[in-house]
Design a protein around this ligand. Structure first.
Ligand code: ZN
Length: 439
């Protein structure tokens, strides 16, 4: 057993408690055994004790990403979304092989871990390369291989073959596998505008049968789904009419973006408990608009936060996504009390994990995986540590990725004093640099 101690623990329980002089016990299986104040901690004479300064909190959850695109970062950065995708991204991705994907993924995993992001929901291709790179770095993934049917992508097979490959992987490996169950598999139908209508209920049935997550782009821009809007009213209504969403047969559906949703769409999402992965950084950069976060929250739609791929968002920094979420929601509502620092912290951790269907992540609680982040308070952001509200406020609004010192995933230390323990950052960077130069 490992015992971590720190002056402050943020377990990210529903009340977002602040535990002073805290103790976190991690079992040999990588799960949390105990979390609370030292004065109440059970005796642990055989524990390996690490006395840390600063704050311990759960790892952050990035609910929508295409991490291997680190090698495409900055390419065609100022084009409108559809032109950017069709003229720049998709041709460049067409030149990527499995080794390129692996190099980009490894670098992105290191980047996220160093920022305290321990879990990401990924939609990409070359599934083995993505999973292997994450396992090398020690990250946790919900890996939903892309399923798409647009010209050029048929080199990877038909949408039916792509979906069948995911099903075969789940049937062979189980839904979750790897050390500390680091990999969870799901389905990534790219979007309503990149697949024939019949693909969505078919993939939904395969996901539902296996209890898997279905992760798709939805209502990111006003132009992408003009055809579906004309025919069905909106993509959410299309999903209901096609039986993708059916109260008698629940589905874990994660909708990335959810920017252009009207009141009826939001009510529909609430009814079916469809989760929105809110990506304000990517949406702002691509001028897509911004999701109606206050309305989604009031309606009871589960929310998670995401960066989106590093080619559009660009820094994979969930702390900055959390801040942007708060700022944009406040601008939209005209209410400076909308989304407190506590709300934002929970969105990036506990609530984000719950929204992707993982109640075993996102909080420091017995039984959950020990995905833990240690941040320093030796920083100008923290001049006053005694007040609980102010401490969380300083962490969220003035702190961020630069404060992260150490990170554990499933109890294994993967970042030590800001550097990866399992891989060489300089080497990962130079490999990815060579790929970027070629692409
Ligand atoms: Zn995306």
């Amino acid at each position: 057993m490992v015992r971590l101690t720190a002056p402050v623990l943020l377990p990210c329980d529903p009340a977002c408690s602040v535990i002073r002089d805290g103790v976190l016990d991690i079992g040999a299986d990588g799960r949390i055994l105990w979390c609370g104040p030292r004065s109440e901690a059970p005796a642990a004479p055989d524990a390996e004790v690490r006395e840390l300064t600063g704050i311990l909190l759960p790892g952050l959850v990035n609910a929508h990403c295409h991490t291997p695109m680190t090698v495409l970062r900055g390419l065609g950065g100022d084009l409108p979304l559809m032109r950017w995708l069709q003229e720049v991204m998709w041709p460049a991705e067409g030149r990527m092989d499995a080794a390129d994907v692996r190099a980009g993924m490894l670098l992105g995993c290191i980047e996220m871990l160093r920022a305290g992001v321990t879990t990401s929901v990924e939609m990409y291709f070359y599934t083995d390369a993505v999973a292997d790179a994450a396992l090398d770095a020690g990250s946790r993934l919900v890996l939903t291989p892309g399923i798409i049917a647009v010209p050029g992508w048929d080199r990877l097979g038909t949408w039916q073959q792509m979906a069948a490959e995911v099903s075969a992987r789940i049937d062979a490996n189980g839904l979750r596998y790897g050390p500390g169950e680091r990999i969870e598999l799901g389905y990534g139908p790219h979007g309503a505008y990149t697949l024939p209508a019949e693909a969505l209920p078919s993939v939904a049935d395969a996901a539902r049968e296996r209890g898997a997550l279905m992760h798709m782009h939805l209502a990111e821009t006003t132009v992408e789904d003009a055809e579906q809007r004309a025919r069905y009213g909106s993509v959410p209504r299309m999903l209901e009419q096609l039986g993708v969403l059916d109260p008698a047969r629940p589905l874990r559906l994660l909708a990335a973006h959810g920017v252009h949703l009207d009141d009826a769409d939001i009510a529909l999402f609430a009814r079916h408990q469809v989760t929105v992965a809110h990506c304000p950084g990517s949406n702002a950069k691509l001028a897509a608009g911004t999701a109606r976060v206050p309305a989604l929250r009031r309606a009871g739609v589960p929310l998670a936060l995401g960066t989106d791929g590093p080619a559009s968002s660009d820094d994979l920094d969930m702390w900055s996504v959390a801040r942007l979420t708060g700022r944009m929601a406040r601008l939209a509502s005209g209410d400076s009390a909308e989304l407190t620092a506590t709300d934002l912290l929970l969105l990036a951790t506990r609530h984000g994990a719950a929204a992707i269907g993982r109640d075993d992540l996102g909080a420091l609680e017995p039984g959950r995986w020990a995905d833990v982040v240690h941040v320093t308070t030796d920083d100008p952001a923290f001049l006053h540590l005694d007040d609980d509200t102010r401490l969380i406020s300083n962490l969220v609004w003035a702190g961020g990725a630069r404060l992260v010192r150490d990170v554990w995933v499933a109890g294994e230390q993967v970042i030590a004093d800001t550097e990866p323990t399992r891989t060489d950052r300089a080497e990962a960077q130079s490999t990815a640099r060579a790929v970027a130069a070629r692409l």
